[in-house]
Design a protein. Structure first.
Length: 327
């Protein structure tokens, strides 16, 4: 038996229940992993509320790190005793032990702690595919401006550092002066407090009226319209989340009027759908973290049984950087 967090129906944080569950042996293509730490992400909130619907009951959690306890038939890249970390579907990381598909589980380098591994996989791989794969039609070169919303969050702080390492001028937005200062301290070239300033007007000022080549937006409804106004002609609007709610329908003709813009809705799990692509992206992430160019900031730790409070704090935007659940 192991402890796990389960919801029986969509709803608020009060639906998160600590339960005992039976864990069996891994089948073909699976492993059993004992977690040392588990990551918390906004996608967990989307699943809990039903914005991203799943059959019920549902065990939440998309990333974790620990030690491989058992390996199923056909799994060759992992062995019993390996230190490992992952971002993976299906959900189920909010637990002490789980059986799961091995495809997205990677060996964790000795130089990276379990807590760092649990905190960085989903958020770091997201930053990787955004900056390296989700690029405007004209490409990105050192010196180019990009706009990144929620720059003081878990993905944002990684992206600030990684963008600086790539020579990009990242303009970050956040909801307080303290969060803006945090983004600047982590490599953002500029930071805008969207509660005090019109971020679209400020972006135009920073870029000399030209706008940015790409907007990376995990906020959704509240930032969508003004984000389009931040783009230069042929710019890319890259949506990858809905923290303020889903983006409402819009007329494609508006994209032409604003400069022949491009729009894409990205998700990590398309990028890591194959074993090879997942490993290549993870290797890139491991390299940039071990080099010191990107530091993983774990700013909040909660016990597994306190996960409801963790969700409340995340939704209230009281958190910065990465949040983990400890076991």
């Amino acid at each position: 038996m192991t402890r796990a967090i389960r919801i029986d129906r969509p709803g608020g944080p009060e639906e998160l229940k600590l339960v005992d569950v039976q864990v069996g042996e891994p089948g073909p293509g699976e492993i059993r992993i004992r977690h040392h730490a588990v990551g918390l992400n906004f996608i967990d909130v989307y699943q809990r509320t039903g914005l991203y619907p799943f059959p019920m009951p549902l065990h939440l959690g998309m990333e974790g790190a620990g030690v491989v306890e058992a390996v199923g038939e056909g799994v060759s890249h992992l062995q019993v005793g390996d230190r490992a970390a992952y971002a993976a579907n299906p959900p189920g990381a909010y637990c002490e032990v789980r059986v799961m598909p091995a495809r997205n589980v990677c060996r964790l380098p000795e130089a990276i702690s379990f807590e760092t591994g649990a905190a960085m996989m989903l958020k770091g791989l997201t930053a990787q595919y955004l900056l390296k794969k989700t690029r405007p039609v004209e490409g990105l070169q050192p010196g180019d401006f990009v706009l990144f919303h929620a720059a003081a969050g878990g993905v944002g702080l990684i992206a600030c550092q990684w963008a600086k390492a790539l020579g990009l001028q990242l303009i970050g937005t956040a909801g307080s002066d303290a969060k803006c200062a945090l983004a600047l301290a982590n490599g953002a070239a500029h930071a805008i407090n969207y509660n005090r300033e019109d971020f679209a007007a400020r972006v135009k000022e920073i870029t000399g009226g030209q706008g940015v080549k790409v907007v990376y937006d995990s906020v959704g409804k509240d930032t969508w319209d003004k984000s389009l106004d931040c783009l230069r002609p042929f710019g890319l609007m890259a949506s990858f989340g809905n923290a303020s709610g889903p983006v409402p329908p819009f007329a494609p003709g508006a994209l032409g009027a604003k400069g022949s813009l491009y729009v894409t809705r990205q998700t990590l799990f398309t990028h890591i759908a194959t074993r090879d692509s997942n490993q290549a992206m993870a290797d890139d992430l491991f390299e940039v973290v071990q080099s010191g160019a990107v530091k993983i900031h774990i700013e909040q730790r909660y016990r597994l049984e306190d996960v409801a409070q963790a969700h409340r704090d995340l939704e209230a935007r009281k958190t910065t950087g990465c949040t983990i659940l400890t076991l």
